[in-house]
Design a binder for this molecule. Structure first.
Ligand code: UD1
Length: 426
């Protein structure tokens, strides 16, 4: 078992260049199956979820190689349409392979996708939308799905019942491969949806309206090989800002559009941090570590405060003066990390969909287990603001979304390291 060992408290100082976004690269990797020839993706974070995606490519008969932060993929030799159970179970993003597999082979089978356990995560909108484009469900049980499209996918005018990020991405890929002009209404407008649309356009797709609630796509069949730079990870940027708010210090996060961080920035200002945009792609934060409780905060779809940042913000206000109530409207079990916060001496609990925090003066180092990806990162923030040594177990959850969380924070002055838990040590 891998663990993060933290010696706190830290005061953070310095700047961080934000890496490529997990939530962009994973759908883009799947979408590259729609292209003939070679796709080269740059600014790819070296995450375990990316590794799992490359293993899915290999299992389908595609070539995929990661060198540094660049991936080269060629799907010309694709010969399978089933995603092995062991790979599907490793990440939620395996669902993104449904549309490309249907488009390429007329069939797609997927065991229940894995990923963070944040409550029920149905894929009904993905499937309903694909059926509106000519797919048929041949099996659906226990989260597993098998679909066919023997006559290929066709265009549709389809309205999503909820602006699901993942379903929007699935249907965008399907529409690019379908015959005719598709109109997708009620879609998600998150930056990662826009990034996928830009990638697809760079491969020859005709798409308009991404970033609005209605996307129009003129399907073209096969797309072409392309080279593309994955956008910055706004959640990693938020992790650094929340850590500096919690610990105190002065940090700059660079390379991520400041407007994507605006909801978080206004909440951190409310808590007492000084935050300023430096141009369009940098944000500077200064905190003396003495924060005010936030009162009531609610997550929502973009451009509202994002669900992924909710546990990170929770960690930032554990020592704030007053009450903070953070309600997640997207996932019911977002705050399992509250149990870990409490081990550090925080006064907090998960109540329904909310994290309720009544700030304490100080936290003490302790051993806690990462319950999921963002909850795990939130525990690392809590540990960096606590006195003494902490051990965060189950680091594999964190490594799905952070290339090297120790390497992210040590240049800023924090003391933490990743240990593999076997006798070979750190
Ligand atoms: C969600 C976040 C996204 C974040 C990602 C990773 C939102 C809207 N989406 O995306 O910003 O990056 O988690 O943590 O905040 N749903 C259905 N049926 C479906 C698909 C989704 O009912 O077919 C529901 C989900 O259960 C959830 C909500 O819609 O309650 C949002 O789902 P969706 O946006 O698809 O989730 P992700 O794509 O995982």
């Amino acid at each position: 078992m891998r663990s993060i060992i933290v010696d706190g408290p830290a005061r953070l100082s310095g700047s961080v260049h934000v890496p490529g976004a997990k939530n962009s690269v994973l759908p883009i990797l799947a979408a590259s199956l729609l292209c003939t020839g070679t796709v080269v993706l740059r600014n790819v974070p070296r995450l375990t979820d990316v590794q799992a995606a490359l293993e899915i490519h290999a299992s389908l008969g595609c070539t995929a190689a990661l060198h540094g932060h660049t991936v080269s993929i060629c799907a010309d030799g694709m010969r399978a349409c089933d995603i092995p159970h062991s790979l599907a179970a490793r990440m939620r993003s395996s669902v993104f392979y449904l549309a490309p597999l249907l488009a390429r082979t007329g069939r797609a089978a997927l065991a229940a996708p894995g990923g963070c356990d944040l409550g029920p995560r149905p894929v009904d909108i993905h499937i309903d939308g694909l059926c509106a484009m000519g797919a048929h469900v041949v099996q659906e049980s226990g989260g597993a799905s098998a679909l066919t499209a023997p006559r290929g996918l066709h265009c549709a005018d389809y309205t999503l019942r909820f602006p699901s990020v993942g379903a929007t991405e699935t249907l965008l890929m399907a529409a690019c491969a379908a015959r005719g002009v598709s109109v997708l209404r009620g879609v998600a407008v998150e930056p990662e949806v826009v990034d996928l649309a830009r990638f697809l356009r760079s491969a020859g797709a005709e798409i308009s309206g991404e970033g609005t609630r209605c996307i129009t796509v003129r399907g073209r069949g096969a797309l072409l090989g392309t080279q593309y730079d994955v956008c910055a990870d706004r959640i990693v940027a938020a992790t650094v800002l929340c850590a500096a708010a919690a610990c105190g210090g002065e940090v700059i996060v660079d390379g991520c559009p400041a407007r994507q961080l605006e909801p978080l920035v206004s909440l951190l200002r409310r808590a007492g941090c000084a935050v300023a945009a430096l141009g369009t792609d940098s944000v500077a934060l200064s905190s003396d570590g003495a924060l005010r409780g936030l009162g009531l905060v609610q997550t929502g779809v973009y451009p509202a405060f994002p669900t992924d940042m909710a546990p990170l913000l929770g960690a930032a206000v554990l020592r704030a003066d007053g009450i903070s109530v953070i309600r997640d409207t997207i996932f019911p079990n977002r705050f399992v990390c509250a149990q870990g916060f409490a081990v550090f001496g925080a006064r907090c609990g998960a109540a329904g969909e909310s994290l309720v925090v009544s700030g304490v003066r100080s936290l003490n180092g302790a051993q806690a287990a990462a319950p999921d990806l963002r909850g795990g990162a939130a525990l690392v923030i809590a540990a960096m603001s606590a006195h003494g040594e902490s051990v965060i177990d189950n680091a594999h959850h964190i490594e799905r979304g952070y290339e090297d969380i120790s390497g992210l924070f040590t240049p800023l002055g924090a003391h933490l390291e990743t240990a593999c838990g076997c006798p070979c040590a750190v």
